[in-house]
Write a protein of this length. Structure first.
Length: 255
């Protein structure tokens, strides 16, 4: 029965995605008139609304912790989170109140409809098969953060598809370092259960924990070098069973 409901739910999401193209008409107009901040605010409001609708219709509860750690302004911000599922981005776009793009693998920019949303959110394509192009993408993201547009990165580089965490890669964190931005670590706990082999996780709970920001402009060279591990430990501490996850992370890192 869960698979049957999941089929209809996926169909519902596809309908939402295709009809959502209509909302880009006002967005395109605002961009054409060079009202970029208004266009960003408009699209952010829409993503919040669509996200709430997606999770409400699946009876998924989003449990937010540490909301007081979110900076009051969206200047030079980089959000760093663990990556359990393809639903992570939807969760984060639903709960983060600012306009925000993210570093996305280049393959996603070839998916119909999805590519329109990625372009609208000012996401940046990263080609993981080409080191030079990857660093160019990170530099582009850094410039975007420095100009005042927040970005999201997943330093694990790929989904864990479980509650364990892979080691954080330092390359993507250069985005925050070069921009001299503030990093907001985020723990996502439970998104891997939303899309399982036996169907969607109806009625489940996802916990999103915001940790205190780290100002990279205040870090010395040694602290910057240790930053990937420090962030890994902070994000890992937000999981329900961090000690167990440490063991899972070691296994994943060695695989």
């Amino acid at each position: 029965m869960r698979k049957v409901w999941s089929f209809f739910y996926v169909l519902w999401i596809i309908i939402l995605l295709t009809t959502s193209m209509l909302v880009f008409i006002p967005y395109a107009f605002l961009r054409l008139m060079q009202f970029q901040r208004a266009a960003d605010a408009y699209l952010t409001t829409l993503t919040h609304g669509y996200g709430r609708l997606v999770f409400f219709s699946a009876r998924v509860k989003l449990d937010i912790k540490g909301a007081e750690n979110l900076p009051k302004e969206d200047r030079a911000l980089v959000f760093v989170a663990n990556h359990q599922s393809i639903t992570d981005v939807i969760v984060l776009k639903t709960v983060i109140p600012y306009p925000m793009g993210f570093m996305a693998k280049i393959e996603l920019f070839r998916v119909p409809f999805v590519q329109v949303w990625l372009a609208g959110l000012r996401c940046i394509a990263i080609d993981r098969s080409n080191l030079r192009k990857s660093m160019e993408a990170i530099r582009k993201g850094s410039n975007r953060v420095a100009s005042g547009y927040p970005m999201m990165i997943f330093p694990e580089g790929t989904r864990s598809r479980c509650n364990g965490m892979r080691a954080f890669k330092g390359g993507s964190l250069k985005l925050a370092e070069w921009a001299k931005g503030r990093i907001v670590p985020i723990t996502l706990d439970g998104t891997h259960r939303l899309i399982a082999k036996d169907g969607f996780g109806f009625g489940d709970t996802v916990t999103v924990t915001f940790h205190p920001p780290i100002d990279t402009s205040q870090l010395n060279r040694e602290e910057l070098k240790a930053l990937p591990q420090k962030l890994w430990e902070i994000v890992n501490s937000g999981l329900k069973e961090p000690n167990a996850e440490v063991m899972a992370a070691k296994k994943l890192a060695d695989s």
